[in-house]
Design a protein. Structure first.
Length: 169
């Protein structure tokens, strides 16, 4: 089973056991405002999200969004990982934390581990980051990871453009 460890965190594949945690995370006001509504309101919705999202990505790509937990106690605090979207030319990094764990360096620690894994272990030639104009915290995190702002990109015709960041190996 996949696992990445940092000094304070453990990243593993999401499973059905994480359904309640996902309902909580995906309905946080910051998640809804900055990432969007994934229509996950209960455990059944969370299992659908897992099957169609992270677990499908693990099967197809060998990577995806992973569960981020504190090493001490295995408390889930967020998700972070690599996502291969058909609408982007390369894999992008995604991350989200429960509000109680934001601003403590956990996002950077998890994202740094994912970037290193993608570039060094998977040998991806490039990583992307996307965020909306108002998500200053994510913009700063992407820049701290070494990604450079490239311009705007529209993923879908009916949605606003997002800020696109790149990091080449």
């Amino acid at each position: 089973m996949f696992q990445l460890e940092t000094p304070r965190l453990r990243l593993t594949e999401l499973s059905a056991a994480d359904a309640a945690f996902l309902v909580e995370l995906l309905n946080c006001p910051t998640f809804l405002a900055n990432i969007g509504d994934k229509k996950v309101r209960n455990s059944e919705d969370a299992l659908r999200y897992l099957a169609e999202g992270p677990q499908a990505s693990y099967a197809e790509q060998g990577y995806g969004l992973w569960r981020v937990a504190l090493r001490d106690g295995d408390t889930p605090i967020g998700i972070c990982g690599l996502i291969r979207r058909a609408v982007l030319p390369a894999t992008d990094i995604g991350f989200a934390l429960l509000p109680a764990y934001a601003g403590q360096g956990y996002g950077y620690e998890a994202a740094r581990a994912c970037c290193d894994y993608g570039l060094q272990v998977l040998a991806l030639p490039q990583l992307l980051g996307i965020t909306d104009d108002g998500n200053i915290a994510s913009q700063r995190l992407l820049e701290k990871l070494g990604l450079r702002y490239e311009g705007k990109v529209a993923l879908y015709a009916d949605e606003p453009e997002l800020r696109l960041y790149t990091l080449n190996r």
